[in-house]
Design a protein around this ligand. Structure first.
Ligand code: FPP
Length: 234
């Protein structure tokens, strides 16, 4: 039987650097093109009824990139948020973030909070942006929160189960992604949603992220629909 449309698609937007290199342009040019690709796909995904998209925009490991690349990614994010706020009335998309924002500059954290507030009344697709996100880091932060509540007595050991643990993760309230797309041909998850991806179908596209378009998105969805999902059963 065919699967229905996935409610939640998570995306590893890989290949911006290679895309720029092929054009003899700086990596920041590739990231900028990547942001435009994301916007086009969000509109389409919203139109066809996808409820959640999570993207890996900046990982806990990305801090090790050269400083000018980190700065250009942060500036791109600032611009992305400013553009959303400026055109907010025309957008149907609700935005929040996953990841540990405490390492970001204060002005950026404030912008992200404004963005969340402004978009909270939107009724369309939910975009979750991974910012200083790392799956292991998320799990450690969840364990620490849970430990604090165990110590204070607001939960007890016998309360601990998968559902309770999930509620301490950044993705609390978001269904697990049924489909994870990674572009540029790499076959790994790179610390992206390790807890949430347990039963996700994984689609690897050879396209570099800026070249990933609506046709490719539909191909990934069709592929997902035809997969036989057994969840460990038969
Ligand atoms: C991986 O490609 C991509 C990133 C580390 C950044 C992804 C960010 C964007 C697409 C910017 C848009 C997002 C928002 C929300 C503003 P890479 O640089 O590792 O590419 P490479 O593997 O070809 O070097």
């Amino acid at each position: 039987m065919e699967n229905s449309l996935p409610k939640h698609i998570a995306i590893i937007m890989d290949g911006n650097g290679r895309w720029a290199k092929k054009r003899f342009m700086p990596r920041s040019f590739g990231h900028r093109a990547g942001a435009q690709t994301l916007n086009k796909l969000l509109k389409e995904a919203d139109k066809i009824g996808i409820e959640h998209i999570t993207v890996y925009a900046f990982s806990t490991e990305n801090w090790t990139r050269p400083k000018d690349e980190v700065n250009s990614l942060m500036n791109l994010l600032r611009e992305y948020i400013d553009d959303y706020i400026k055109d907010n009335e025309t957008s149907n998309i609700k935005i929040d973030s996953i990841g540990d924002l405490s390492r970001l500059d204060e002005d950026l954290r404030n912008k992200i909070n404004t963005l969340k507030e402004i978009s909270s009344c939107k009724k369309g697709l939910n975009l979750h942006i991974g910012l200083n996100y790392g799956g292991r880091d998320e799990i450690i932060r969840a364990v620490k929160k849970m430990y604090g509540e165990l110590k204070s007595g607001s939960i007890k050991e016998s309360d601990i189960n998968e559902e309770l643990f999930s509620s301490y993760l950044d993705t609390n309230g978001i269904p697990d992604p049924e489909l994870i797309i990674r572009t540029s041909g790499e076959m790994r998850l790179s610390n992206f949603l390790p807890w949430q991806s347990t039963y996700s179908e994984i689609y690897i596209s050879d396209k570099l992220w800026p070249d990933f378009n609506i046709k490719e998105l539909n191909k990934a969805i069709e592929h997902y629909k035809n997969r036989d999902r057994r969840f460990g059963g038969r």
